[in-house]
Design a protein around this ligand. Sequence first.
Ligand code: EPS
Length: 393
Amino acid sequence: MTRFRWLTAGESHGKGLATIVEGVPAGLTMSEDIIAADLARRQGGYGRGRRQQIEQDRAELLSGVRHGKTMGSPIAMTIVNRDFENQGWRVRMATDPVEEEVERVTLLRPGHADLAGTQKYGFDDVRPILERSSARETAARVAVGAIARALIRTIGITVHSHTLSIGPVHANVPERIDWDAVDASPMRVADRAIEQAMIDEVDRTRDALDTVGGVFEVRASGAPFGLGSHVHWDRKLDGRLAQAIMSINAVKAVEIGEGVAGAGKRGSEVQDIILPASAWERRKWERATNRAGGLEAGMTNGEDIVIRGFLKPISTVPQRMPTADLLTGEEATSFYERSDVAVVPAGGVIGEAMVAIVLADAMLEKFGGDHVDEIYRNFAAFVTTVGPREPRS
Ligand code: EPS
């Protein structure tokens, strides 16, 4: 069975990021420009720090694509870290041994990988841990996600995201979301009336030498019935999607559909009634509501997939905070250079990539083939079987 497999490599201030993507069928339209469009969306958003003015992410395709089409062979990509050329990073992150004395990072930052990582990997320096745990790595995920997005699009699945809240400022979500307008919004918010309040919240937070979190929502439309499976815990698509979203830096909670609100209601209040055929307007098997967020028992149920990522405020706070020193264990004060104030808009774009990747994997499991046309034929044949059916003899 073909799977969508991928790995990323790279440190935040090293030479760059690299990925290999395997399982992409032949015949998919792909180019560096297609990937660049998603990378640019991730770099935007109000509340980002100075680093994003340095980077202009662009993935270079090294293999797997010829004349704008995939060949079915592994796709390798690299993204350069422009910051590598600045302020001594060439020496500090050199892969070869260096003559120069390189200062250790020993002030542990709570909320980051610093403490657990140094204890686990046996370092007397936080640098080797923090470089890899940095959210810089999410640029590589978004590049992979651009390929996954193109793949799932071939069977009609589209993935979008928007900002639901920044700190205490919550958006009212309109019935129909204009996704182009969301992309044009600096907060990536569908509720334009709340946009300025969100910007003000970021500004107030920055002035207070602090950081702010929030919630993004990812929606995938057009998924057919039956991606994932109910038969075993690790095949359940809701679990796979939750893991993918939870793995994004700073995400501390994940919600599918109306999962959180539903926990406080009665069973009769949270059902998505299955409508009779006489009421169907757009397709076979329609529901009165979509509280389940498109997933029941670990399978897609034909409704939109709705999943939310809750981000804690970035752990690197500009104000001096108490901490301890890695080498001495003694009381110390945190050191601050630069950071983002809010990353919720970027989080949504990364969330789209992770959802697209999980759906691409599930799509290959169900409809897998070596060429996109073969996958489409498998998909189209399955779709004809959906609907009320005669008992089988
Ligand atoms: C990050 C810290 C900041 C962010 C970085 C993630 O980088 P720096 O330490 O260089 O200022 O800008 O995010 C990115 C580089 C990116 O491309 O998203 C961290 O500690 O996680």
